[in-house]
Design a protein around this ligand. Structure first.
Ligand code: ZN
Length: 290
């Protein structure tokens, strides 16, 4: 498979389960070919959640011993990291789906995007891309197209299973191999707000859209009937606001949810293309048969 073909497949499949609907999306700011010839033939890929200089050195050593054509980082690097917050725009549609007015949602997201932009500004965002260039190692990052898959999968599962209580959400999550594996390594799904026997009520799944959304949204989504959030992670500042809004929170797990989304995306690409994967940096290749 050509590198350019892999990129276009990733974007196409990401769009197919984007909360905004296909038509509104042309590309993802946090997904890019960072280094490499787009005509290169890709047969073996090393996939990791975070790829830094260390993983690229590892990849170079693997390339020497057994061959390797590409390294993919889930979390954005290079220019995709510098502007990743622009994908947060999709959270406007997620909030309007919950019931917020579009203008209110847009204003909240605009403010939060600017905050995240200021936070990203000082980062040394070209560091690992520079290492890839020096090693002549084809390098790519795939963020939101994978997270969209995790979001879609978990939201559909919750809609179908309709868990009664918070403990039922945990059980459903723990039946998924990525979360089962994380649980073995002491990073499984956890309830961080609410009693396990408390009613789950209406559930909102927050697993895509770049990073955590605005902090002043939780009382609003409570008013629109949401009672439980199922998310990848929650910052301490967000935690305080969620607690004040009286919402329940189930943390599915960060790296495990990232892994789930990436596996679902790779499953689809594998249906049409043949390639080998090597897992690293928290990622585990697990095939889902749907
Ligand atoms: Zn992540």
């Amino acid at each position: 498979m050509k590198l350019s073909r892999l990129y276009s497949q990733v974007v196409r499949l990401g769009k197919a389960c984007d909360p905004r609907g296909k038509a509104k999306v042309s590309h993802y700011e946090d997904t890019a070919i960072l280094y490499g010839n787009t005509n290169a033939d890709i047969k073996k890929i090393m996939v990791g959640i975070d790829i830094e200089v260390g993983e690229l050195m590892l990849a170079d050593s693997i390339r020497k011993s057994q061959g390797l054509d590409l390294v993919i980082s889930h979390h954005p690097e290079g220019r995709a990291w510098a502007r990743f917050y622009e994908v947060m725009q999709l959270q406007v549609d997620m909030l309007t789906k919950v019931g917020l007015e579009r203008e209110v949602a847009q204003q909240l997201i605009d403010e939060r995007m600017q905050e995240v932009a200021r936070r990203v500004m000082p980062n040394n965002h070209m560091r690992s891309q520079d290492a890839a260039r020096l090693l002549n190692m084809p390098f790519m990052c795939v963020h939101t197209p994978a997270d969209n898959h995790a979001y879609n999968f978990i939201q559909c599962l919750m809609d179908k299973e309709k868990p009664d209580r918070l403990q039922d959400i945990l059980e459903i999550l723990k039946s998924i191999p990525e979360y089962k594996e994380a649980d073995k390594n002491l990073a499984g799904p956890q309830i961080i707000l609410g009693n396990p026997r408390r009613a789950a009520g209406k559930i909102s799944v927050e697993m895509t859209g770049g990073t955590e959304g605005p902090r002043d949204v939780f009382d609003k989504i409570y008013k629109h009937g949401i009672r439980t959030l199922v998310c990848m992670h929650l910052s301490e500042e967000h935690f305080k606001k969620v607690k004040d809004a009286n919402l329940n929170v189930v943390i599915a797990g960060h790296i495990s949810s990232d892994t789930l989304g990436f596996n679902l995306l790779l499953d689809k690409i594998e249906k049409e293309e043949k390639f080998e994967t090597i897992s690293c940096s928290g990622f585990r290749r697990i095939r889902h048969h749907s």
